[in-house]
Ligand binder design. Structure first.
Ligand SMILES: [Zn+2]
Length: 102
């Protein structure tokens, strides 16, 4: 691939020009913006998903099998688990934010 800046002929697999460092592949240039944005979004979804998953099941298991001496019906246990899931999702986001702030 020929460099548009200095006309050096680079191999087709090279991302940057060997002589002047100009980015040769558009996908590679997009990496810095679109890719990072996508990675951030995916990271946020992952943290939220894992957080809500664990929050939900933690509350459900605690109420259903461990702290069984409560007055809650199955439906109320489920609602509490949903609330736990939401709390877990928020916790996941906070963990992500704390990691990004480092
Ligand atoms: Zn060049």
């Amino acid at each position: 691939m020929q460099c548009p800046t200095c006309n050096t002929l680079n191999s087709a697999t090279v991302v940057r020009c060997m002589t002047c460092g100009t980015t040769l592949i558009h996908e590679a240039a997009g990496h810095s913006m679109a890719y990072q944005e996508g990675a951030r979004t995916l990271d946020a979804k992952l943290h939220t998903g894992i957080g809500s998953f664990f929050g939900f099941f933690l509350v459900a298991i605690l109420l259903k099998f461990i702290f069984t001496a409560h007055w809650l019906s199955d439906r109320e246990v489920y609602l509490a688990a949903v609330a736990g899931g939401v709390a877990g999702a928020i916790a996941g986001r906070l963990v992500l934010k704390a990691r990004q702030d480092l």
